[in-house]
Ligand binder design. Sequence first.
Ligand code: NAI
Length: 266
Amino acid sequence: PGTYAVTGSASGIGRATADLLRAQGHSVIGVDLHTTGRLDSEVTADLATPAGRSAAAAQVLDIAGGELAGAILAAGVGPVGGGRHPRLIAEVNYLGAVELLAQWQPALAAGRPGKAVVIASNSATTTPLVPGRAVRALLAGDVDKALRATRLLGPGRPAVVYAASKIALSRWVRRTAVQPQWAGAGIRLNALAPGAVLTPLLQQQLDDPLEGKAVRRFPIPVGGFGAPDSLAQWACFMLTDAADFQCGSIVFVDGGTDALVRPDDW
Ligand code: NAI
């Protein structure tokens, strides 16, 4: 058994993953805006702010004693509800994952070494017209510039910022995973790219008149939405020895939408 950090542990995919890790006998440190009383330790933090991110990262390291067997970065906001504010989407979905992982790198290297799974999204490959400038600005850590690059987009803007945050996150994973301090230190960093999974985040989208229509129109070849529990099984699998030879991979578990939208773009 090891110690695992899970962000977004209070709901949806993060919650299901934290529960599964605990059921497997591991110790779980959750990070979220809310506590649930179900985990070994829960750090309450707002990952939308620099202070919240560094406090969360430091508290987890403190609780874990500087050694993590793994980390799952699942905190995120969708294009609707709490996530309507584009800045929130960029800060939580992108910086809320990469800044924490950067601070946890030494603990992951110490963790036998550890494995990290970032929850990306198939929106990264299926959303049209995402400005490359916004993605590049996020990768450079410049949220203001990324938001300026999307400011003229109208009502579809939150969905585009959401996709930009997930494209930047996926590229960051691929660029970072292969670095000497990561792959070379034995850490395995990979991403899971879900499609539509029935969680409170998706439910908020379904309940919104504009987004709800777009979500229902989006084709899912297998039919229906994914379940948080099955995504949790994938995330946990990518934390086992099965991932020893997996590095910088983006694993799509999306009911076939990505394959349908860009079959030959490969
Ligand atoms: P969810 O809404 O059920 O859970 C997200 C969790 O993140 C919540 O517990 C929430 O409190 C936490 N969170 C949000 N803002 C935060 C902040 N500022 N500070 C700390 N914690 C914060 O969502 P779900 O669906 O489980 O999403 C998990 C991840 O999966 C997200 O990164 C999302 O973008 C991604 N994803 C979800 C899909 C879906 O269809 N549900 C599809 C593709 C990706």
